[in-house]
Design a protein around this ligand. Structure first.
Ligand SMILES: Cc1cc2nc3c(=O)[nH]c(=O)nc-3n(C[C@H](O)[C@H](O)[C@H](O)COP(=O)(O)OP(=O)(O)OC[C@H]3O[C@@H](n4cnc5c(N)ncnc54)[C@H](O)[C@@H]3O)c2cc1C
Length: 385
């Protein structure tokens, strides 16, 4: 990223793509694309351009995540309640739930390959205290969840299922009946197609370096060696937000994952959270996708650099072998990482940052769930301003 190349635009290129831009969105992840769609329905005649510095695909988290359609495991909610009030915590849960409904309505379960297999929180013998704390809140949380999910008992202890999945050392399981999983690649492919279908141009390989406001517009500088003007700018660069808006409270959090080759007679079906959500795994057909371990090196993983570390990958391999697939023969087929936008609060930052510049960032590792609503809120804000 960030290569300075001197591209001289042709008259045709400038006129077609870069002149009279009403709205320029920086970042073609889930939030940028959802915002573009929402603005298009409010402003059918606006010229909307989405750009991303990724050379062929967006290069952040949206094409690299685990595809959990989740909205809150019990231990995560308990953790959140330590630092935030009950109203705030359940309002965020509601937003995730509504966001998932919106995403599924827009793209369809068939296209998303959405499967409502449920999400499980996994507790080993060492996690007995945590399990008891979670089980102790189950009834209360079910009451709070029912008006949100419409499910009578969103959470249930289903520890008898541990043998069904073939785990070793797992003692307790709590099911979240409302959780599902989807195909991240198909989601982004469909979102991009939908955005382009609605006359929004999406261009890759363009990095915004900065801007100057004035003369009733914003002049954007790119690392490609050309600049152009837009009436309004929306920054949806999530983890990378501080590269353009240094005052924002957004910290990068790298997340590393691996995926196995197909496993014969795989017993695991659904999505699973372990160790307060620091680890997560799911089946992708007959494969297991497994990620997490950021808690092993919080400081080292606060980075804008994509990459893998031995320390985290080794721990993922250990847990896979010892707990998740103890009796199966398998091979690891692929590993990758993505960068999340985190901060001192879990809520997204959706606000006007400067004259004509708006931002919608900090998805807190839950962009699949909230990305569509955040995009919509940002669209309304900048259109009404
Ligand atoms: C490994 C992993 C697993 C995850 N699993 C889940 C999950 O199961 N469920 C869930 O809900 N969420 C999950 N997440 C989080 C989710 O993927 C993100 O919250 C979401 O994708 C954020 O979307 P976004 O559009 O805000 O940002 P991004 O998708 O990161 O998009 C930001 C874009 O901005 C571009 N950009 C940055 N700076 C510039 C610049 N100066 N000029 C031009 N372009 C720029 C980047 O190239 C990038 O494409 C996971 C994340 C990771 C990394």
């Amino acid at each position: 990223m960030g290569k300075d190349k001197a591209i001289h635009l042709s008259f045709w290129e400038r006129q077609t793509y870069f002149e009279d831009v009403d709205l320029l969105i920086i970042g073609a992840g889930m939030v940028g694309l959802n915002a573009a769609l929402a603005v298009r329905s409010l402003k059918p005649r606006w010229k909307i351009l989405v750009i991303d510095r990724g050379e062929f695909l967006p290069y952040g988290a949206s094409t690299r995540n685990a595809g959990f359609a989740c909205f809150g495991s019990i231990s995560e909610l308990l953790d959140d309640l330590r630092t935030s009030g009950e109203d705030e915590v359940f309002a965020l849960v509601q937003r995730r739930w509504e966001g998932l409904k919106k995403l599924r309505a827009l793209l369809s379960d068939e296209v998303l390959e959405y499967e409502g297999l449920g999400g499980y929180e996994v507790f080993t013998g060492n996690d007995q205290d945590l399990f008891e704390a979670c089980a102790g809140h189950l009834e209360d949380f079910n009451k709070k969840m029912e008006p949100i999910t419409g499910i009578r008992q969103t959470y249930a202890v289903v520890s008898e299922k541990k043998n069904e999945f073939g785990f070793r050392g797992v003692e307790q399981l709590i099911l979240n009946r409302g959780e599902g999983q989807l195909h991240t690649g198909k989601m982004m492919q469909a979102l991009l197609a939908c955005t382009r279908e609605r006359a929004v141009e999406v261009l890759n390989g363009i990095e915004v370096k900065g801007w100057h406001s004035g003369q009733g517009s914003v002049l954007l500088e790119t690392s490609n060696g050309f600049s152009f003007r837009a009436q309004k700018v929306l920054v949806t660069t999530n983890a990378f937000a501080r590269q353009l808006l240094p005052e924002l409270n957004v910290v990068p959090g790298r997340a590393q994952v691996l995926i196995t080759a197909p496993v014969k007679n795989l017993k695991i079906r659904g999505s699973f959270h372990y160790d307060k959500g620091y680890y997560y795994f799911r089946n992708v057909g007959d494969r297991v996708l497994f990620g997490g371990g950021r808690n092993l090196d919080f400081e080292g993983e606060k980075t804008w650099e994509f990459g893998l570390t031995d320390r985290i990958q080794t721990r993922l391999e250990e847990l896979l072998r010892e707990i998740i697939l103890p009796d199966e023969a398998y091979t690891i087929e692929q590993r990758w990482s993505g960068i999340m936008g985190l901060g001192d609060r879990k809520s997204a930052i959706i606000r006007k940052a400067e004259d004509r510049i708006y931002c919608a960032v900090r998805m807190g590792g839950m962009g699949v769930a909230i990305g569509s609503l955040v995009g919509e809120d940002a669209a309304r804000m900048l259109v009404e301003d």
